[in-house]
Every structure is written in structure tokens, then in C-alpha cells.
Design a protein around this ligand. Structure first.
Ligand code: PEP
Ligand code: MG
Length: 619
């Protein structure tokens, strides 16, 4: 597999609005090109029907309708208006019962507004003339009305605007609810398309039904991107105006490594695509041989290769025997999938299952890391101007101690079922570590008073994601058992580049010399203190970067299961002394391009000069 198919850390994203149409040769002047160039997030090839989903509450899903589908869409609208009316009637009756007829009058007004034939005609006209889905047409009607009312002064008009919009928002709800029920009750596999790549999009349906993900916007290292890689599906972002060109169910192909999406491929395109995919799968099958072998260099250095997972379900995506454990279990997804906070018992059962399944291999479980782009629907966090620098991770759980206590209780109770290591996210100072130790000791003491058995071996480590923790690591290291570098956040905080923001994604550069210096510093401090150190950010999934990390002194990496065979192959193919040489060269580079040259050199050695073992792997 060549570097073009591995994680594309090198291609800067095009600035928004500057999407290049991929050259298709021939007839571009006569027909709009159907291949669109975006930014690679996750490699792989996929083909299938597209399903557009809601990415953000303020942006409804939109797609184009083929001419023959207009009547059916108008029927969908009529059904949603009826459902909204029924819901308003239900509320009207409830309020009349509980508060009196007078208070219930507003719902009667809303129902009348909904029956306004002018408004309904207007939405139907937009569906027919613009060939857009009902959700989009209703949204346009609301926008239009709010705009015209917004120009008028005074509370009366503002109130009127909201009275008008409210019933139409219920129509929108009904359309979206039905769409969600339909897709969730189907078993069709689809390519999800969205305005923005968020964790909500990638968890919209079960992961085994997602063939790929495409989005107009989204950072390559955002949590949505991390999730797409972790479920091992191709993903492309940076595709402005994509949704307007899609139809629900339209067939598309994705080349995740190259960042290309093809809309409505011709039969000949499909043949070519399937041929490429078969070749790629053959290469992958050859690499799988390495997955079963330990990641030991020819001169005998071992790099533990662990996996990043988000749920118990993920354990079915790889062979446990091929891993050196779980290097990062992001527990927030356990919380995100529930309608309310999971109980201690629920958490205990889940942690126990993971520990048992890993059969004595280390399992690093990270305490809740919500906030930022991972809000819990049932836990109100403030609207922040700068959420990445706001109330998130350990800051939340140290403030809402019972959240941390319940999670630690469940973890410690589960600890007797395997080899548990607890990891703390977003640590910025020694004080935070000491505070967590206090809570941890308290929980342990109480559990033993209550007669629970707890393993004496549970180690506690910290994520290095914030530069301050990296800079005072010399002082913190005595108080922790291990460190894990989260490069996804460390890069954003070191370079002052939001990992979720498409506008600055070309500046989000894991190959910046400052990132390498930080990685080396952490490895040096940990090695001096004799404490294990790993990297569990996305860069660890790039085989050439894994070689550099070994050369810098890391003893383990943790990555999406999909990348495991190739990373093991890279380590098994590179002498440790050679890896150290590459690391020294990369650390001397004064520019990101200089670092990239070193990485290219490693790839060249891996793929262009195959030794006996490597000869099975094509480029
Ligand atoms: C990281 O920041 O690199 C990391 C592993 O954590 P997350 O991606 O969940 O923020
Ligand atoms: Mg992080």
C-alpha cells in the first residue's frame, strides 16, 4: 500500500470555497464534472447509496430531487403537516386540561397558521421549482418569514414572527423524525453525507451499516474524523456545496486516500472502481499476515501496538490476539449513546466486558472527556465562544465530582477482571493530578469499606494534550504511572489551530517541528523516570510516523484497528537503530517540509526497497 492510500497527513486541505473539480478528461464543458476533490480524512474505497443527515440543528439536511420525485416529496410534506397538527392538538388538549382553555389558545392559533394554504403552496412551489427536499423548503420558508419580520421594529412583530415559525418548526421535526425512524429501521448500508463532520453524524446509524462518510466541512482531526477512522470507513471532507448536488439514495463512490468523491458514476467508472478495490483488498490481505505477528524490529526492539476504541462493540472489529491491548478507550461515547448518565452498574458491566475480552492485556480507559465538540444531550454545558479552551475533560469532572466518583467506582470494581490502567484527559497542571489522586484514594477506601474487591495494580496515567502539562512533566511524572500523548489536541494547542475548523485546517500540521520537539521531550522525561510512554493521537496510525516514534523512545502506540497491520509491518521492517537515525534527522529539520522529507524517506525504505519480508506488500 503506498503513501497515497495511508493516512493522508500531508495534503493541506483546500481553503473553503476553493474546491477543485478532479480532472476527468474529455467532456467537462458539456457536462458538469461528477468527480469532486476534497480532503482525505480516512483511507479506503467505498461505493453505495448516499444518505444525507442532519449535521447541526441550525442546518437541516438538503438534497436535490429528480423530477419524478416531486409528487412523493409533496406527499411527505403533507404527512408531516398532519403529524405536526396532531402534535399541536395533543398539546392544546393537555394545556387546556392542566392550565385552562385560555392558556391553550395559542396552540389553536398555531394550528390555524399551519393550515394557511398560501404558506403550504409556497413550500410546495419551492419543492417543485427548486427540486429540493421538504426539510430544506420548510427551512427556507421560516428563514424568509423571520427575515421580513426582523426588519420591522417592536416586540409585537417579533412575537408574531415566532408564532409563525413555531408550527413550521414542528413540521420540520416531524420530517426529521420520520427520516430518522426510516433509516434506523432499514438494514441498508449507506454512505452518510452531511454539512459538517461531527461525532453525531458518524454515530447516526450502527457503524456496520456505514460504508463511508462525506461532508462539506470538518477538520481532519476533529472527533468526527477520529470516529470515521476508528470504524475504518473512508471519509472525505472539504466539499463545499456538496449537499445541493446530492439526491437521497444517489450512488456515489469515495476514494478516501485520494480525497475524491464521484457522484453518479457511469457503469465503466464502477467497473474501474471495483477493479481497484479488489487490488487494494489483495494488498490488505497480504498485510494481514503482519497483524498476527509482534511489532518487533529486526534487531529486537518491541513497540507495543494497541488499539483505540469507543465502545464494547468495537471489540468485534479486530482480532484481540493481534493487539498488545487497548491503548485508549474513549468512555465519552458510552455516555453520548445514552438518553441519560449511565449508572455505576451499567459502566461496571461495560468496563468488565472489555477487560475480560482483552484477557489480561493492558486496557487503558480514559475518564469522561466531554465538552468542546462532544456535548451530552442531557447535560447542559454553557455556550462558549472558545469551546476548545473552555469547560471540557477533567475540568468538568473535577467540578462535578460525583461524575468522576461514579466512573472511578465502576472502573475500580471492574479492575479485578483484567489489567486496568486509568487515563486522565486534558490535564494542565500537577494540582489537577493531585486532586484526582485524592478522589481516587477516597473511592478506593470507600469501596473496600463496602466490601468490594479492587485490584492493587491499577495504574493512573495522564494524557499529554496541553502544552503546560508537557512543559511541567518533569514535576508531574513522579505522580503518575504512565503518559499518553494525545497529538490531536496537542497539535491544536501548540499551534493555536482549531482541530475542527476547516478554515485553518491547512495550518493544522502534525509535522510542525514544534510538535516533534514536544513529542521528543515527553519521551525523554518518561524514559528518564522509567515510566511507559505512548502516543494515542491519530498520527500514530501513520506507519512512517510510528517508526519515528519508536526512534524517539516511545514504547507503545495506540491507533484505529484498521491501521494495525501496516504499522506492524513498518516496525517489523525497520531496525531500531535506523528508526533512531530517522528520528534524529526529523528532529533536526527546521521546517514541516523538512520533517515530511524524512517521513517520505522512511516510506521509500518501506515500500520501494522491499526486503524479503516486505516483498509481499505492493505499493
Ligand atoms: C488526542 O487528543 O489526541 C486524543 C487521543 O484524544 P481525542 O481525540 O479524543 O481528543
Ligand atoms: Mg484529546
Amino acid at each position: 500500500m503506498g503513501s497515497g492510500d495511508s493516512m493522508a497527513l500531508r495534503d493541506p486541505a483546500p481553503p473553503p470555497g476553493n474546491v477543485r473539480e478532479a480532472p476527468r478528461g474529455g467532456n467537462e464543458l458539456m457536462a458538469p464534472a461528477r468527480s469532486v476533490q476534497g480532503t482525505s480524512v480516512s483511507p479506503g474505497l467505498a461505493i453505495g447509496p448516499v444518505h444525507v443527515v442532519l449535521a447541526r440543528p441550525e442546518r437541516v439536511p438538503e438534497w436535490s430531487l429528480p423530477a419524478g420525485h416531486v409528487p412523493a416529496e409533496i406527499e411527505r410534506l403533507a404527512a408531516a403537516v398532519l403529524a405536526a397538527d396532531a402534535e399541536l392538538e395533543r398539546r392544546q388538549e393537555q394545556v387546556a386540561r392542566e392550565a385552562g382553555e385560555k392558556d391553550a389558545e395559542i396552540f389553536a392559533v398555531h394550528r390555524t397558521i399551519l393550515q394557511d394554504p398560501q404558506a403550504i403552496k409556497e413550500v410546495e412551489r419551492m419543492i417543485g421549482e427548486q427540486r429540493i427536499n421538504a426539510e430544506k423548503a420548510v427551512q427556507l420558508l421560516i428563514d424568509r418569514f423571520e427575515k421580513s419580520m426582523g426588519r420591522l421594529e417592536g416586540d409585537y412583530h417579533r412575537q408574531y414572527a415566532s408564532d409563525f415559525s413555531d408550527p413550521w418548526f414542528r413540521v420540520l421535526d416531524a420530517l426529521l423524525r420520520r427520516e430518522l425512524e426510516e433509516i434506523r429501521s432499514s438494514d441498508e448500508k449507506v454512505i452518510l453525507a452531511a454539512a459538517e463532520l461531527t461525532p453525531q453524524v458518524v454515530t447516526y446509524i450502527e457503524s456496520n451499516r456505514i460504508l463511508g462518510v462525506i461532508a462539506e466541512e470538518g477538520g481532519r482531526f476533529s472527533h468526527g474524523a477520529v470516529l470515521a477512522r476508528s470504524i475504518g470507513v473512508p471519509c472525505v471532507v472539504g466539499l463545499p456545496n456538496l449537499l445541493a448536488r446530492l439526491e437521497q439514495g444517489m450512488r456515489v463512490t469515495i476514494d478516501g486516500g485520494a480525497g475524491v468523491v464521484q457522484l453518479r458514476p457511469e457503469p465503466s467508472d464502477i467497473d474501474e472502481f471495483l477493479d481497484r478495490r479488489a487490488k487494494m483488498e489483495a494488498v490488505r490481505d497480504q498485510l494481514v499476515v503482519h497483524a498476527a505477528l509482534p511489532a518487533v524490529t529486526p534487531d529486537g526492539r518491541q513497540l507495543d501496538v494497541r488499539v483505540n476504541i469507543e465502545s464494547v462493540r468495537d471489540l468485534d472489529m479486530f482480532d484481540v490476539e493481534h493487539t498488545d491491548g487497548v491503548g485508549l478507550l474513549r468512555t465519552e461515547f458510552l455516555y453520548l449513546e445514552r438518553p441519560q448518565f449511565p449508572s455505576e452498574e451499567e459502566q461496571f458491566r461495560m468496563y468488565r466486558r472489555v477487560l475480560e475480552r482483552m484477557g489480561g492485556r493492558p486496557v487503558v480507559i480514559r475518564t469522561l472527556d466531554i465538552g468542546g465538540d462532544k456535548p451530552l444531550p442531557y447535560f447542559t454545558t454553557p455556550t462558549e465562544t472558545n469551546p476548545a479552551l473552555g469547560w471540557r475533560g477533567i475540568r468538568i469532572t473535577l467540578q462535578w465530582r460525583d461524575l468522576l466518583q461514579v466512573q472511578l467506582r465502576a472502573l475500580l470494581r471492574a479492575s479485578v477482571h483484567g489489567n486496568l490502567r486509568v487515563l486522565l484527559p486534558m490535564i494542565t497542571s500537577l494540582e489537577e493530578v493531585l486532586l484526582v489522586h485524592e478522589v481516587f484514594d477516597g473511592v478506593r477506601k470507600l469501596l473496600s469499606e463496602q466490601g468490594y474487591e479492587v485490584s492493587a495494580e491499577v495504574s493512573v496515567g495522564i494524557m499529554i494534550e496541553v502544552p503546560s502539562a508537557m512543559l511541567v512533566l518533569d514535576q508531574i511524572i513522579e505522580h503518575v504511572d504512565f503518559v499518553a500523548v494525545g497529538t490531536n489536541d496537542l497539535v491544536q494547542y501548540l499551534l493555536a489551530v482549531d482541530r475542527d475548523n476547516t478554515w485553518v485546517s491547512s495550518l493544522y500540521d502534525p509535522q510542525h517541528p514544534a510538535v516533534l520537539a514536544a513529542l521528543k521531550h515527553v519521551a525523554d522525561v518518561a524514559n528518564r523516570a522509567g515510566k511507559p510512554c505512548s502516543v494515542c493521537g491519530e498520527v500514530a496510525g501513520d506507519p512512517a510516523t510510528a517508526v519515528l516514534l519508536l526512534g524517539m523512545g516511545y514504547d507503545s502506540v495506540s491507533l484505529a484497528p484498521n491501521f494495525l497491520p501496516e504499522v506492524k509491518f513498518a516496525i517489523r521492517s525497520t531496525e531500531a537503530v535506523r528508526a533512531q537515525h530517522h528520528a534524529a534527522l526529523a528532529l533536526r529539520a527546521t521546517t514541516a517540509n523538512g520533517v515530511r522529507e524524512v517521513l517520505d524517506g522512511i516510506r521509500h525504505e518501506l515500500y520501494d526497497h522491499p526486503s524479503d519480508e516486505r516483498s509481499t506488500v505492493g505499493k
